[in-house]
Design a protein around this ligand. Sequence first.
Ligand code: ATP
Ligand code: MG
Length: 416
Amino acid sequence: MRQSKLFTKTQKEVPGDEQALNAQLLIRAGYIHKEMAGVYQLLPLGFRVVEKIKQIVREEINSIGGQEMIATSLQRKDLWERTSRWDDEVVDVWFKSELKAGGEVGFGWSHEEPLADMMINHISSYKDLPTMIYQFQNKLRNELRAKSGVMRGREFVMKDSYSFAATEEQHNEMYEASKQAYTRVFERLGLGDDTYVTFAAGGAFTEFSHEFQTICEAGEDITYINKEKGIAINEEILEKTDLAELGITKDQLEKVKTAEVGNIFNFGREKAKEVGLFFKDENGDKIPVWMGSYGIGVTRAMGVVVEKFADDKGLVWPENIAPYKVHLVGLNLEDKEIADWAEGVYNALVERGVEVLFDDRDTRPGEKFADSDLLGLPYRVVASKRGREEGKFEVVTRATGEVRSLTEEELFADFA
Ligand code: ATP
Ligand code: MG
């Protein structure tokens, strides 16, 4: 991608009402556009980050047998009434609207009910189980407070999966597989060291559900962790549960601020029973399907990565989810010979499969470097007149500030 063609511009100012560091940086760097509080457009650079996160999640959920689909955003009132969750007193984040033709619809804030109902058409026998479906979708939630930037949106991208099992054993297997897949996802996103599988309340037939909580100052949750034992407990559990059950005492736990990047939930047979999703077991008895649901906050995870890795100069992306791997910064491009040569380096990198953003703009070097720091791509490669004369490229690793001087041969060997 040539930066001269990128329609987004970096900016010094952010909307006055934007308090969250993650959104401030993403707006300044041109990754997102603030439409209104808690609602952000994903611009080309932000879109690429989100797509990379989605692809990591997709690979891991596919690897445990998840089948991808897309559900609708508009949802039926009668269906949510069946499970007593249409009521605003019960679910406090509903957006609802009225059809001109008469009747009400809800805007999808979650999809257990519609997908359980849909599966009535596809599950009839124990032979149809177990199975797992998932999707990436913009969820719409009328959140009371939207002050955490992309970490709490009124519209945000979620990956949600739903598992359908005949037996508790089948369910447990998918639940455990999801837990493992989530652990791999957060490792690949660069959040592995600080993300804890946390005991949380909820779960119809089990005592606990599990949240994936990442240590983050900008997070809205409080979690109690023991790093050595790898145990984490949320506030509600701390108050309600006999900690001895979890093999820990309160003084062994450290209180930290965290962001919930994902959670996994066991419904037992309760949800399917309410919705009317039954199957026939080996004896021909009709029993409700055992369901689980599993969420990952895709755009929240992006925000958490920003909050954790950014420095005073701007964004810092882990390589796996950076929009481009290399920021090729061309200097002295007013000299036609240098411009042609830098163009050649750009093309050669692209041909070798490297994702490159080429700053070919007619801009002062100081501005190019400041923008490069702000955009936060993992490696900055400078192609300048002096470098060309010396046969060297200056390569700076954004995360560490490490500076290397590479020959063209070394550069291609390193990045391709
Ligand atoms: P929270 O307690 O933060 O409101 P939740 O319990 O409502 O989260 P779920 O309904 O289980 O969350 O959604 C699954 C995942 O989606 C969460 O773990 C979180 O990562 C993400 N998520 C939830 N609400 C938002 C939001 N408003 N903006 C961005 N991501 C969100
Ligand atoms: Mg919520």
